[in-house]
Design a protein around this ligand. Structure first.
Ligand SMILES: Cc1cc2nc3c(=O)[nH]c(=O)nc-3n(C[C@H](O)[C@H](O)[C@H](O)COP(=O)(O)OP(=O)(O)OC[C@H]3O[C@@H](n4cnc5c(N)ncnc54)[C@H](O)[C@@H]3O)c2cc1C
Ligand code: SF4
Length: 597
């Protein structure tokens, strides 16, 4: 569990230049159009994932002066970990000295995995880039707010081009097993090769060949072709994965955007006491990887884009709403959080003749019914640390009965095949032997996040989850894992936390600041403008208002492309952009005075 600590007084605060330039006779607060300040930046983007990278590039292209504040580190092929045993370079928990790019947060309703790096989740993601079915635009609070079906294709097209999406041509043993198992289950026709953001070798060519920029007409970096090592989720050490630092962010920096790595935003408050942010904002940061000398800094800007991911943006906004920096953020903050109804299962075959870690991280998928979709996933050979979290497959309703059944299954297996059972339960060789099946359901189901003191740690507030539990047991998916295990002579497997705590794991947390018609129903309008503030936007997974049923990054990218398309070029802006259609009729000033009473 993580939270936002209060800014502490360790070290002097470096305040960036902020020059008053008042026009004669003007009131401080009466400057909707005239520029009274020289700001450090026109826009500060918080977070450099999918939404943040798109925002940085498109704003820089439009002539704005852009800074990107990113809590995570910058990664290159030279400093990426070789395997998941290199925990300090894999996991993000800076207070414990772990400064990797993979963050895990535990909640009552879900264990949420997400990225933390320059490039956000793209450094650790499996680069599957799928568009959701059209029906998602007719579900959730964004329904009817735009002609989504007509507007979105052009933005998906831009996102697809920028992220270099192609069909996977590198099918590894795990993909072929998925296909065989689908055929055995009578659903072979649903098998497909994933759409991925990977620079693949041309037909018949070997991987690991370097070419001048193949994606952006020479403006991008040189790239190397994929060797199918299965390492995408440990960070690509070959430069073949189309991560954001090689696309949007690379180009944004070329257009003058400045990226501040290891820089965590702690506060955003309107300047000069003008509560709706019409005079701009002050953004305070600390060095995220420092223990003691946290190097606090302050920057001024005219506009802010929150792109800290669904969890990161919720956490920051809850903190800022409560401490009074941004009190008028909608009380819908934290509502409609979705986890894509996921379950991780699989099959492990000790001593299997083939190395199932070969291929790309998610090479293929199938549909077991119209709502349920399974992808074949892998970690690279040697990355066996996740093996501690997997165990013998166990069906049944959550709770003590399922735990009892699991103990019985393990006991029976020990009696029948003692050596094999020990081999599947120990982690060594896990990645080479384990076909991970990621099961996602496009069914409605959401939780709520609140900002509370947990009973076991009453000293500070954290995000805590509330609501109906998302199911961790999807019977048809378990049946499918058994079919696949029969083909290899292996063991069907489940995730241990799902059995013990009835808590599903997900890498696809979305929502919490959803798009809606007013602050009564959401946090941003259909142009991603934060209700009750000026020149403030949210561009990340938190705005997604429906369960997508597919991996979300392409949609987050396309939505950010759309949001940025509404912002005029720098020379034409009047710096007065707000969610004018807030039918709830709230405004920052009235909410602020209510809060202060
Ligand atoms: C292992 C794994 C595999 C995945 N595979 C896929 C896949 O194949 N396909 C897919 O579509 N999706 C995948 N995802 C999900 C995908 O990574 C996310 O959906 C996506 O990255 C979300 O984009 P975003 O713009 O919302 O934020 P992110 O990409 O998460 O970026 C947010 C950034 O904000 C930074 N940040 C947070 N708070 C602050 C702060 N206070 N100050 C400064 N910076 C801050 C974070 O460090 C982070 O870098 C995967 C995720 C994981 C963990
Ligand atoms: S399979 Fe290996 S080389 Fe290919 S993109 Fe993934 S990590 Fe890079």
């Amino acid at each position: 569990m993580q939270g936002i600590e209060e800014e502490n007084g360790d070290g002097p605060v470096v305040t960036r230049t902020m020059t008053m330039n008042l026009e004669p006779g003007s009131e401080k607060s009466a400057i909707p159009r005239a520029r009274q300040f020289d700001f450090d930046y026109d826009f500060i983007v918080i977070g450099s994932g999918f939404g943040g990278s798109v925002s940085a590039l498109r704003l820089a292209e439009k002539g704005y002066r852009v800074a990107v504040m990113e809590m995570g580190r910058r990664w290159t092929p030279d400093n990426l970990p070789h395997s998941s045993w290199s925990i300090h370079r894999w996991i993000w928990r800076p207070n414990l000295g772990l400064r990797g790019f993979f963050n895990i947060q535990f909640f009552r309703h879900a264990t949420i995995f997400h990225g933390c790096a320059v490039g956000g989740g793209s450094i650790t993601y499996a680069c599957t880039l799928l568009a959701p079915p059209e029906k998602v635009w007719g579900a959730g609070s964004w329904t009817g707010l735009a002609n989504w079906k007509a507007e979105m294709p052009q933005h998906y097209e831009a996102a697809t081009r920028m992220l270099g999406v192609t069909e996977n041509k590198i099918l590894g043993p795990a993909d072929l097993l998925l296909k065989k198992a689908a055929e055995a289950a009578g659903i072979g026709h649903t098998f497909y090769c994933t759409k991925v953001g990977i620079f693949q070798p041309a037909g018949g060519q070997p991987g690991n060949q370097t070419f001048p920029d193949p994606f952006f007409g020479g403006a991008g970096p040189a790239r190397t072709t994929c060797i199918g090592c299965g390492g995408c989720m440990m960070g690509c050490r070959y430069g073949a994965k189309n991560t954001l630092d090689l696309s949007y962010l690379y180009l944004a920096e070329k257009h003058g955007a400045r990226i501040f790595p290891e820089t965590r935003v702690m506060n955003v408050k309107p300047l000069d006491g003008v509560s709706d942010g019409a005079n701009g904002y002050e953004v305070s940061t600390v060095k995220s990887t420092a223990f003691i000398r946290r190097q606090p800094q302050r920057f001024t800007c005219r506009g802010v884009v929150f792109s800290a991911s669904s969890l990161g943006t919720m956490e920051l906004l809850f903190h800022l709403k409560e401490k009074g920096s941004l009190p008028a953020i909608s009380s819908q903050l934290g509502q409609h959080v979705r986890t894509n109804s996921e379950s991780l299962i699989g099959a492990r075959t000790p001593g299997y003749s083939q190395d199932v870690s070969q291929g790309i991280a998610i090479g293929s998928g199938i549909y077991i019914d119209e709502h349920t979709h399974i992808e074949a996933v892998r970690y690279p050979s040697g990355s066996d640390a996740m093996g501690f979290l997997t165990t013998i497959l166990t069906d049944g309703r959550p709770g003590p009965q399922r735990i009892a059944l699991w103990l019985k299954n393990v006991g029976m297996s020990m009696l029948r095949h003692p050596i094999k059972t020990v081999r599947v339960l120990q982690p060594l060789g896990w990645a080479r032997e384990f076909v991970i099946l990621l099961c996602m359901q496009a069914l409605e189901g959401e939780i709520e996040m609140r900002w509370q003191r947990p009973w076991f740690w009453p000293f500070r507030k954290f995000l805590v989850s509330r609501g109906e539990k998302v199911p961790t047991y999807i019977p048809k998916a378990n049946e499918f894992a058994q079919t696949l295990a029969q083909l290899t002579g292996g063991f069907p497997m489940s995730m241990l936390p799902e059995i013990l705590f009835n808590v599903p794991g997900t890498a696809h947390c979305i929502g919490g600041c959803v798009i809606a018609d007013s602050s009564t129903h959401g946090v941003v309008d259909s142009c991603h403008r934060v209700f009750n503030y000026k020149n403030m936007y949210i561009c990340d997974g938190s705005v997604v208002a429906a369960n997508l049923g597919v991996n979300p990054s392409l949609t987050i990218t396309a939505l950010a492309e759309r949001a940025m398309s509404f912002i005029p070029p720098a020379a034409e802006t009047d710096w007065n952009d707000n969610a004018g259609n807030d039918s709830a009729g709230n405004d920052a000033a009235s909410v602020a005075s209510h809060v202060s009473r």
